[in-house]
Design a protein around this ligand. Structure first.
Ligand SMILES: [Ca+2]
Length: 77
């Protein structure tokens, strides 16, 4: 890979991973709650949506399954 490829390619890969991760941290993608986020769990993130909600005045994120809209988890600061 050329230097130009590194300079041009890295941001594209970074943007792609950010989009796939939907703004969730790796620890937030631990879907089975075993304390470790696997590569499979990272890719499972494609099957969920994230919406912003306010709960008790806190800016939280509601994670739901695309297949049925059921809640997966709610993340609050
Ligand atoms: Ca896990």
């Amino acid at each position: 890979m050329t230097i130009l490829g590194l300079v041009v390619g890295y941001p594209i890969v970074g943007i792609g991973l950010e989009t796939l991760g939907k703004g969730l941290s790796f620890s937030e993608m631990d879907w089975n709650g075993d304390g470790h986020t696997t590569v499979g769990e990272f890719f499972d993130t494609m099957n969920v949506g994230v919406s912003r909600v306010e709960i008790d005045g806190n800016a939280c994120r509601h994670v739901y399954a695309f297949k049925d809209g059921r809640p997966v988890k709610t993340l609050c600061p």
